[in-house]
Design a protein around this ligand. Structure first.
Ligand SMILES: NC(=O)c1ccc[n+]([C@@H]2O[C@H](COP(=O)([O-])OP(=O)(O)OC[C@H]3O[C@@H](n4cnc5c(N)ncnc54)[C@H](OP(=O)(O)O)[C@@H]3O)[C@@H](O)[C@H]2O)c1
Length: 276
């Protein structure tokens, strides 16, 4: 797929920090040619394989595709300068967490289509998850974006913005939660007498190996747990602690609820920016 896959020419990235950089890392290692890209960022920090400028005026011909990769709080500062470069042939893809398509459309009325992409950081190593949603993208745009984001891992179109938010609350934030779990596993190893370095390696490799095995075998987590825990054995006793009163399920659920609440607040703030 990536052999024939091309980034639309010209494509603008407005901002290129953690997430923009992760996307470009994934495309670069996937063999995509980054030369159709112009990155607009105030610092002018160079990006391997792409052109970097510090203003829209210096960005060259109007873009076919624009990726918004700055912080949501910057939208009202950046949109007024960007909108004059958008035409009925420009597709806008927004990475801005929580900012709904209606808020984006109000600020960027001239674009052909507004698309939201909820991505996670492992796109950098092409094992990411991307959820896409648009109220107005046509079939060929959907196919093109599906191909570009599938080059970075797993990608799917979502039916509505609630589902996109649900995907983001699991996959977008997920790497942070998984990182905490791996760190907790490592800390427990240190408590049992391992060095920090060995414990960190064992915890990481265990999570990687478990996920890899389940994905390869298309095996459910219930089945993985059952295969590890023999009746009346050590793992079964450990699982009873985790499963007691669904303590782990509850902890993860309240964690995700708290993050989703913040997502809703950000969406409201973005709406207020337009209306108020
Ligand atoms: N981090 C995550 O895991 C994650 C997950 C899902 C979604 N997102 C979304 O991804 C977006 C980017 O987040 P991030 O973590 O990549 O942020 P970041 O690392 O802070 O990067 C922000 C970028 O915005 C650029 N920028 C600031 N002011 C600008 C301006 N006036 N014009 C053009 N560019 C400007 C910065 O340019 P300089 O580099 O020149 O300073 C920088 O490249 C956010 O909207 C966030 O909601 C992030």
């Amino acid at each position: 797929m990536t052999g024939t896959l091309q980034i639309p020419d010209p494509t603008w990235f407005v901002g290129c920090g953690n997430m923009g950089g992760a996307i470009l890392d994934g495309w670069r290692t996937g063999g995509l040619d980054l030369s159709p890209l112009t990155i607009i960022r105030p610092s002018g920090i160079p990006v391997e394989g792409a052109r970097v400028v510090t203003s829209f005026a210096a960005a060259g011909p109007p873009p076919s595709l624009v990726v918004l990769a700055f912080k949501p709080q910057k939208l009202d500062e950046i949109a007024p300068g960007l909108r004059q470069y958008l035409s009925a042939r420009t597709v806008v893809v927004s990475l801005l967490a929580g900012v709904e398509t209606a808020s984006l459309r109000q600020r960027l009325p001239g674009a052909a289509a507004i698309v939201r992409a909820s991505i996670n950081l492992p796109v950098a190593v092409r094992r990411g998850v991307t959820g896409l949603y648009s109220p107005d993208a046509d079939g060929s745009t959907r196919e093109q974006l599906n191909n570009l984001f599938s080059a970075l891992g797993f990608a799917m179109w979502m039916a509505d913005e609630q589902k996109l938010a649900a995907l983001g609350s699991v996959a977008g934030a997920g790497p942070a939660y998984v990182a905490r779990f791996i760190a907790a596993l490592a800390k427990a190893g240190v408590k049992r007498g391992l060095t920090e370095q060995i414990a960190a390696t064992l915890a990481l490799e265990t999570v990687l190996g478990t996920a890899w095995m389940a994905a390869t075998n298309k095996e459910s987590m219930e089945s993985v747990a059952r295969r590890v825990a023999s009746p009346n054995g050590t793992t079964e006793v450990g699982l009873k602690v985790l499963d007691h009163d669904h303590v782990l399920d509850e902890l993860v659920a309240v964690t995700i609820d708290a993050a989703a609440q913040r997502g809703a607040e950000l969406a409201e703030e973005a709406k207020a920016g337009v209306d108020g």
